[in-house]
Design a protein around this ligand. Structure first.
Ligand SMILES: [Cu+2]
Length: 260
């Protein structure tokens, strides 16, 4: 093929490189669409959240992952397009230009808008997770200590206390608001319930308040998420979410008791 013919083909956009780039873009598009369509609401390996608060955190995480798939897809798509479209085809020196102000403004403004968007949704969800109900149905004081947890229900004077050999259970009602007061008796601990997408420091001298609105009955694992000493790994507990009725009978049966 003559050089002039190749040149004409390039100008007309029928070059093999262009076809390759188009094929690459189609494949990238298909890969992204298949990830999106694999499930209507993919969890991306996260817990879906067994409380209304945890559910909001999950939706925020989902949004972040979807945003990163889009950004990554566009970035890699453009990268491969440029690699294929503008690879060396002849010894001719390509058209030289100093800068492209429009593109520079575009790739500065778009990332700023993305960060502002992510920040906006993060603040919105954090406010929702930290919101405290003025009229909680149940109150529990959680005390972290080396190396266990104490759950105290002031309304019924019920105490559930754990030890290194016995993991305590925090019992909560489903569909109701439980106000938790979190304190530490000695060092810094971390009150972490993975299925609730929730973790908060238990700090000596600091009183933390937060609400849980469990949405599904079941038993969930909880643990200390802050290295707090020799038996830190033994600072496990469980959370049992009962129906409101079952919870009522549990509190009645446990009134005034101290259980380990
Ligand atoms: Cu701890």
């Amino acid at each position: 093929m003559k050089r002039s013919t190749i040149k004409t083909a390039l100008v007309k956009g029928n070059s093999p490189a262009r076809k390759g780039a188009r094929r690459g873009a189609t494949l990238a598009g298909l890969a992204i669409s298949s990830v999106m369509l694999a499930s209507c609401s993919p969890a991306f390996g996260a817990y879906r959240g067994a409380t209304t608060q945890g559910r909001s955190t999950f939706h925020l995480f989902q949004g972040f992952v979807i945003a990163s798939i889009f950004v990554g897809g566009i970035t890699f798509g453009l990268l491969f397009f440029v690699l294929l479209r503008f690879r060396k085809k002849s010894d001719a020196i390509p058209k030289q230009r100093h800068s492209n102000v429009k593109i520079e403004i575009l790739y500065t403004v778009i990332p700023i808008l993305i960060v502002v968007g992510l920040f906006f949704f993060t603040v919105k969800v954090e406010n929702k997770v930290d919101a405290l109900s003025p009229t909680p149905n149940v109150k529990v004081t959680v005390t972290a200590f080396q190396w266990g947890w104490k759950f105290y229900y002031p309304a019924t004077n019920t105490t559930v206390i754990g030890s290194v050999n016995h993991y305590p259970q925090l019992v909560l009602p489903e569909g109701e608001t439980t106000a938790i007061t979190l304190v530490s008796q000695d060092v810094v601990h971390g009150f972490y319930i993975p299925a609730f997408n929730f973790s908060r420091y238990a700090l000596p001298g600091v009183v933390n308040h937060f609400d849980f609105n469990p949405t599904s009955a079941g038993t969930y694992i909880g643990r200390c998420s802050q290295l707090c000493g020799l038996y830190h790994s033994e600072m496990l507990f469980s959370v049992k979410v009962l129906s409101a009725q079952q919870f009522q009978s549990w509190t009645t049966s446990q009134a005034g008791k101290v259980t380990a």
